[in-house]
Design a protein around this ligand. Sequence first.
Ligand code: PRX
Length: 655
Amino acid sequence: MSSKDVEKTIEALLQERRTFAPPNSFSEQANIPDASVYEEATRDPDTWWESQAERLDWFEKWDTVREGEFPKHRWFIDGKLNASHNCLDRHLSSSGDRVAYHWIGEPGEKRSITYSELHEEVCRFADALKSLGVRKGDVVSIYLPMIVELPVAMLACARLGAAHSVVFGGFAAEALRDRINDAGCKVLITADGGYRRGQIVPLKESADTAVKGCPTIEKVVVVRRTGENVNWVEGRDVDYRSLVQDGSVDCEAEPMDSEDMLFVLYTSGTTGKPKGIVHITGGYLTGVSSTHRNIFDIKPDTDVYWCAADIGWVTGHSYIVYGPLANGCTSILYEGAPDWPDKDRWWSIIEEYGVTILYTAPTAIRTFMKWGTEHPGKHDLSSLRLLGSVGEPINPEAWVWYQEFIGGGKTPVVDTWWQTETGAIAISALPGVTTLKPGSATKPYPGVFADVFNDAGEPVGRGGGGYLVLTRPLPSMFRTILGDEQRYLDTYFAKYGEKVYFPGDGAKLDEDGYFWLLGRVDDVMNVAGHRISTYEVESALVDHPAVAEAAVVGRKHPQEGETIVAFVTPRAGYDGTEELLSELRDHVAKVIGKIARPRSIVFTDDLPKTRSGKIMRRLLRDVAEGRELGDVTTLQNAPILDEIREKSATLTDPE
Ligand code: PRX
């Protein structure tokens, strides 16, 4: 984002003066009813985090709350616990009959699974995984649709002390292959397929293709979801259901050190292959259970909570699986698309199950706005008492629409800022305490120390804009990048010295000290709430024989946040034809997944470059968005920009 853009965005946001104090009726019943918690946590953050860790069940208590600062911080030293035990076993005596998930399949099936039933299935599957050779310290790859077996597989791994690496079901075979190889997984858990918009997503087919390039894989566990005929490799492929039937219910949860790895989750960086973000057990579980309880004001006896993300992303890990289950709460798990079979699918689910809390992304909200209020209008949504947003900045109009048309004009809306790396929400309102400003994520969560710095590393102070930083470690933060400690240090702790974490987001502090997040300041795009790096898409494009060079930028889009525009120079002998265009789009979908497919491709003889040959993506972003060009003094081949501009004049965003 250019600085001009930042200014413009700031101006627009600050003109938005509407504020919403928490309704008394909400504050009176809130888990956190007043602001004293902020003072407490600011005065003594470690003691505050300790109080949050105490809400969990530990086999052995820690000796020391924290050791070290960024980048090497450790929490709850020598404490022992197990995430699966905390999510399941400890609820059994008090609430074993409570529903953990109401699962709804896209074609319409329903299954409600209680904590006791979930516990039994997890134990049996964990025991069966042992028979496949899975041991403490292994990494197991999981590539499943949104079915109950997905949290079961995650919790079964956690029970044994094996880390899971969940790969979003929308990723293609090559992306899966790279992630399996990076972590050296021996076992892959997948399904025959899943449902999306009435179509079958052939997961087993992709898994088979991926595994051809994965020398470490010994076993592939297959869940039967669609019942389609799939290729079966004798000796390698194993049926999930028969494993579970044969597994024993007596499968004790392995005591894990607080700092032992719980999972790895891959996310896009600006350069190189995706980063394996490593989360550990004690601090992560403390962070997600605390934020889930307090930000969503969870009342496990009465709430029906729905985080409508996919478990393949961090939002699903933290706020569909570990946070809600650690808090013993009842969640919705919906497999499919919001417009299948009709555009009111979500609203009919909310009405049917009496959902009280909904957590989704601005891209979804803006799409619902576009579809019109008649769809939610057909349903009784009065059970909703709280709404949440995550994934990208929410524009005030969408915020207000969400509150008005989904929340009946009465619910607080918590805009939650965080990342795969932070593991848990870091900036958000507390709904019973904070006066809300549409478009602002408001204040750091108790125990989180955030600030906004300028280029020189000085706090900009109220009224200033710059870069978001975290100045003190929090327990839920990731600990490293799998197998690449140097990249961990270089990416996050180089900009302002190693004591300050740099998340890569622009931000502004207003006169009341509220945080306004302004989007990424690096080459990471945010497409429909998903993080995709320009580098990944460019690599996929140049991997095609017809492509000599490619540059990729994000272009603002009213619903999706950004869409992907690629500028491609074909190799000699290839022309930029319509056929090549669709071939390249398909190629990227094949290599990475449909989410990374460029919306538009502009063919050009050359790309704008500096004298040292670096592609000037910033100018391409100006072109893609039809803006005046920024500083061109370092541009070496100026005439090419006129050509690119002419060709880009017709860029539109198709419906
Ligand atoms: O740019 C920020 C944006 O999403 C990035 C993190 O992406 P990911 O790791 O995929 O995690 C997404 C879900 C937590 C951040 O660096 N982002 C996330 N939430 C917000 C946001 N930007 C503005 N406001 C938010 N509430």
